[in-house]
Design a protein around this ligand. Sequence first.
Ligand code: HEM
Ligand code: NAG
Length: 508
Amino acid sequence: MVPGFLSPSLSRLGLWASGLILILGFLKLISLLLRRQKLARAMENFPGPPTHWLFGHALEIQQTGSLDKVVSWAHQFPYAHPLWFGQFIGFLNIYEPDYAKAVYSRGDPKAADVYDFFLQWIGKGLLVLEGPKWFQHRKLLTPGFHYDVLKPYVAVFAESTSDMLDKWEEKAREDKSFDIFSDVGHMALDSLMKCTFGKGDSGLGQRDNSYYLAVSDLTMLMQQRMESFQYHNDFIYWLTPHGRRFLRACQVAHDHTDQVIRERKAALQDEKEQRKIQNRRHLDFLDILLGARDGDGIKLSDADLRAEVDTFMFEGHDTTTSGISWFLYCMARYPEHQQRCRDEAREILGDRDSFQWDDLSKMTYLTMCIKESMRLYPPVPQVYRQLSKPVTFVDGRSLPAGSLVSLHIYALHRNSAAWPDPEVFDPLRFSPENASGRHPFAFMPFSAGPRNCIGQQFAMVELKVAIALILLRFQVTADPTRPHLFSSHIILKPKNGLYLNLKKLPEW
Ligand code: HEM
Ligand SMILES: *[C@@H]1O[C@H](CO)[C@@H](O)[C@H](O)[C@H]1NC(C)=O
């Protein structure tokens, strides 16, 4: 009970507060409307598909098959078209090599409207950072991906893959197709934890499994948030059931990464362990982060450290999982290419039982098939920028500073001007002769320019080793009763699992 003499002043306070909230809400609306007007005016010269008065293009984008919807828009609107997530976030969606080059050869910042949704989860790590701090971290971490560091990873990838293949032998006995996606995911996470984070041989534990599941929740929720304007505001989002689920999944992810950091820090306290690290010729990713000092000898802050661990933990396994899985899907559909890859791998291996670093460069046909599969199924289908200065495109149309740009890698890779018969799987597109005349920005699975993928070589090594070993042990065929559906959850994933038939091959 409020004593009577207080209530008039309290109710006056309530009145003031609601008035203030109303005014703030009104000001926010005005600023959103002004921004919308600015973004829309900037794209005046770019016709596009009709927009819903409230949702923009979000309804089309949320449906299954949305990637192919964009491909059909790309046929209708050459080079680029506006793409609205609700009324206040509008991108120029581009899918043409010269357009891609105009923006991605420069170092424009990531579009905060999208990448800020990552912050609660992976913080300001390399993927989201900008400016001098991004440059400093990129310079710091690049040696962690030097090929001398990658060489010993060949054996690690082989070991994680073999563990998965042993499991698959069991499953294949049942003569039924099964979902390969989550097995590949666990294998990729296991590889990453061993290579980048120095985990021992123990295999994945309960915490790692929870982490794996949390990531699939987080990517799904993030994509949903991008496409739902009601969820764009942080304050509102955290109050919704989806927002709370996002926070819970973040907690699981952070528990996992904190544990990884804690264990390494504890190991560093141990002198013997420290000497072992000093004797190692090349430092791994965590050594580099923990040993980093700036010009004044100051260490990375705990928040920076955690952000980088969270960033690499995510980017380092979800992407390669997608790459390996869609590759196997292609091999199932095109058995003749599968056989050629297998023959090549057998020939390279000869009577040895494990691949070595030098073998990888000999896998020429396999490499062409990997590229062709990443063309049709790019693991990261879309990336976003905000222009820091104006840009003028080849056809004379231009965008002012501040505009938002979305590079639709999936549609770019199916642009028929750059790729004749784009739907046809043809690895020979990537033979040296055929690739030499191609526009350098026609194929961008790892993006391009200064903000390209730092893990590109790591990924290619992992893909080659894992795929060669899979094809040596199994014949892969499609299951026509389980057609594939995409869901673009930041990463290109199968909607209801990726079901393939696996048949164990006789030892050759
Ligand atoms: C097939 C596998 C992979 C694909 C297709 C891929 C693709 C990409 C793409 C398209 C970007 C640009 C993202 C953007 O502009 O927002 C990127 C950035 C990045 N990738 Fe990858 N990636 C792969 C594997 C990896 C691996 C294995 C790692 C780490 C071990 C990694 C770490 C990163 C990081 C840290 C960035 C941000 C780099 C920066 O902005 O400086 N990626 N990747
Ligand atoms: C180039 O591509 C075409 C069409 O895919 C193919 O027929 C031809 O053999 C390729 N050339 C080389 C040298 O790989």
